[in-house]
Design a protein around this ligand. Structure first.
Ligand SMILES: [Zn+2]
Length: 393
């Protein structure tokens, strides 16, 4: 038979995402192409599933569901590009088959807990004479020989097959899907401690390091600025509250003096990436709340060439990102400094495609959150008198 049993595949997708919800966006992203006579169900480098209708017919819904999870594992973990980097994709069938088994083992040892190891591609690290929890590259060095159990396609070994065709999903979109899955894994793990296997967690951490970094750096910058201008000691010589020893189990507030006014200047010019800006704003809000600033103390200015709005907000979601022309953050900083009461800390969120004033407004500490977009280099470097934190996806 030549047609795919679509309801069965839909049921298999649901089966898969019910067990591993954090993989849902990837499991549902891949389009499926029927390929009678293919002899396998596989994925290609461009995230398309190729399915032999006869095999879809032969496998149970659960078996298909396990296989879908497994194949998405190859895509999410970027086994194709990793195989290309190692020279495996261009090597002979023997080496590619060996890589396929090693990549299978890397995925499968994280699927045993949820009962998702596919019956048709069951290799585990132990089957290769290796320990659990390693990467395919490591297994490739130490694996014992054996036949390829299942051809998982070019999405696993990077070697293009005749039926691959154009990518179903472009490289940029694939990267976004990976980041989305990584974020889902971290969120799910936080909500359901102990349920996400270590391999998935380590992978998620490995693809999201910059996000964690800039949050930490931004938080440190904001806290240090707030502490410095509110008359607290310098950050380099900061001591815990003297009363802390009296109640060791209670965390006493470090900011005991009135906290300073903070203004956020948002670049809303056409060059800005709305989603990234919204995310950065939400992050800043979180940082300020932790630093002891409540709503009403933070004002947000939407700025392109002119100041569109200055609004006192308690949540980043209340901000309307008006604007969309050219950019001049100097105007924004000036407007922020002119607010009454005067802010002591100004946080500028911008992509950097803006001229900057030569000097900061007097008595105002400026932090620049530089929103990096696809490796574009801004024409003007952020000024040295400001602390700059690069924010990326
Ligand atoms: Zn596989």
């Amino acid at each position: 038979m030549a047609a795919l049993d679509q309801p069965k595949l839909a049921a298999a997708r649901l089966w898969a995402t019910a067990r591993l919800p954090y993989l849902a966006s990837a499991v549902f992203a891949c389009p499926i192409r029927a390929e009678p006579g293919l002899g396998t169900i596989s994925v290609d480098r461009g995230w398309r599933l190729h399915a032999d209708p006869a095999l879809v017919e032969a496998l149970e819904v659960e078996q298909l569901g396990r296989l879908l999870v497994h194949l998405c594992g190859h895509l999410i973990r970027d086994h194709a590009d990793r195989a290309v980097r190692l020279g495996v994709a261009a090597a002979g069938e023997g080496r590619r088959a060996r890589w396929n088994r090693c990549a299978d083992a890397e995925i499968n040892d994280d699927l045993t807990v949820s009962g998702c190891v596919p019956d048709v591609a069951p290799d585990l690290p132990g089957d290769l004479g290796c320990d659990d929890g390693k990467l395919a590259e490591r297994y490739l060095e130490h694996a014992s020989d054996g036949p390829r159990r299942w051809d998982c396609g070019s999405g696993a070994d990077g070697c293009e097959r005749p039926g691959d065709g154009l990518p179903a999903i472009g490289p940029g979109q694939r990267e976004l899907l990976r980041l989305g899955v990584a974020a889902e894994i971290q969120r799910y793990a936080a909500q359901h401690p102990g349920t996400v296997p270590g391999g998935w967690l380590r992978w998620a951490e490995s693809v999201l390091p910059s996000r964690i970094d800039w949050r930490r750096v931004l938080a440190a910058e904001v806290r240090s600025a707030v502490a410095a201008v509110s008359g607290m000691v310098d950050y380099s010589y900061r001591r815990p509250s003297r009363r802390a020893h009296a109640s060791p189990d209670v965390v006493l507030p470090t900011l005991q003096r009135p906290v300073p006014e903070v203004a956020i200047v948002c670049d809303t010019s056409g060059s800005m990436h709305d989603r990234l800006l919204a995310r950065a704003l939400a992050e800043v809000e979180g940082v300020l709340t932790k630093a002891g600033l409540r709503g009403g103390q933070v004002r947000v200015l939407a700025v392109d060439t002119a100041v569109q709005a200055a609004k006192r907000v308690s949540r980043a979601s209340q901000v309307t990102l008006a604007g969309g022309g050219g950019t001049d953050m100097g105007a924004g900083i000036e407007a922020a400094a002119a607010l009454r009461p005067r802010p002591r800390v100004v946080i500028v969120l911008t992509d950097g495609f803006t001229p900057w004033p030569a000097r900061p407004p007097r008595g105002v500490r400026v932090i620049v959150g530089l929103l990096a977009q696809g490796g574009l280099v801004p024409m003007w470097e952020p000024p040295r008198w400001a602390r700059t934190v690069t924010i990326d996806e």
